[in-house]
Design a protein around this ligand. Structure first.
Ligand SMILES: Nc1ncnc2c1ncn2[C@@H]1O[C@H](COP(=O)(O)OP(=O)(O)OP(=O)(O)O)[C@@H](O)[C@H]1O
Ligand SMILES: [Mg+2]
Length: 288
């Protein structure tokens, strides 16, 4: 199983939108995907209408009870090839309780070790959506990740937060040294994706220009994602871009009434739009 975490310092940059759409895109290509919602806002869970507060990520981080007192984590089957471990609004409180705990950054690592057969061995990908900070939950995600994807938008605050993310990741690396080997548990590489790039604005153009320069000097910029209404709609309709593309290929009597409006919207999109988005996710998959 490959673990990919979407993390940023600043909020509203596209982590949830991309976790959802990229996870669904992988699933659509026959990969078995487990989504994990490590954000107390629980936007990703709500995108699947999962509001059940039993068996959420709380049970992973609830190390205060003895193991046999802990409730099992629920794995919700939310779509073909897509399962979800739901988020909880209580995650910030749990993190505060964990603050003074030894090994607080290794909780998810240990949970995955205990769930090798039913989780690690069962999925091709785990996609983790985080709260916009490097708190205990995000740190736990970083420790287990193979890759960290950090979206950046064409705004000064977003761009400036790249440096801070780098600093915080260095801290996490230093805080998670395996004393047996002297090496950090953190093995993930960080990849940046430029998100919400507008067509005709000076600021987007300048942004892309700086990215291209950084790429030349070796920074890991792996994709440029345009600002497109279809991403907003995917969250609004709770139907991913991949599913929308599938809908365009179906006849009206193959789909139920609830999806008819989505099919209408999906079919109004140019084939190039789907092609462009598929190419972007393809490029990301090749790099991470
Ligand atoms: N490429 C895009 N084109 C158009 N809209 C986008 C794009 N990416 C994200 N959005 C929109 O931007 C808004 C913020 O995105 P999202 O909720 O995914 O950010 P986030 O990083 O998860 O936020 P938070 O840090 O609060 O969890 C949403 O309305 C989403 O639909
Ligand atoms: Mg989010």
């Amino acid at each position: 199983m490959e673990i990919i975490t979407f993390a940023t310092i600043k909020g509203g940059i596209g982590k949830t939108t991309l976790s959802f759409n990229y996870g669904e895109w992988l699933a659509n290509r026959n990969k078995k995907v487990l989504l994990m919602d490590l954000d107390q806002q629980s936007s990703l869970s709500r995108t699947y209408d999962v509001t059940d507060q039993e068996g959420t990520v709380e049970e992973i981080f609830n190390v205060f009870n003895d193991d046999d007192m802990r409730k099992p984590v629920k794995i919700h089957h939310v779509n073909e090839n897509v399962d979800l471990i739901a988020g909880t609004t209580r995650l910030d409180k749990i993190q505060s309780r964990l603050e003074t705990r030894n090994n607080k950054n290794m909780i998810l690592f240990q949970w995955l070790q205990q769930h090798f057969d039913d989780v690690v061995d069962h999925y091709d990908y785990m996609i983790i959506d985080c709260h916009p900070d490097i708190g205990i939950a995000t740190t736990n995600a970083i420790v287990v990740s193979d890759a960290i994807i950090s979206p950046v938008t064409p705004s000064k605050f977003s761009y400036d937060s790249i440096t801070e993310l780098g600093t915080r990741l260095d801290e996490v690396r230093n805080d998670t040294i395996n004393f047996a080997t002297g090496e950090s548990f953190v093995k993930a590489q960080v990849f940046y994706v430029a998100n919400m790039i507008k067509h005709n604005t000076g600021i987007s153009r300048d942004f892309i220009e700086s990215i291209h320069k950084e790429k030349e000097s070796g920074e890991n910029w792996i994709a440029e994602i345009p600002e497109k209404e279809i991403f907003n709609r995917s969250i609004y309709y709770q139907v991913s871009v991949s599913q929308m593309e599938n809908l365009t290929k179906k006849s009206a009597d193959e789909i139920d009434d609830a999806l008819a409006i989505v099919k209408k919207y999906a079919s109004s999109q140019k084939p190039e739009t789907y092609k462009e988005i598929n190419n972007i996710f393809e490029a990301i998959t090749k790099r991470v």
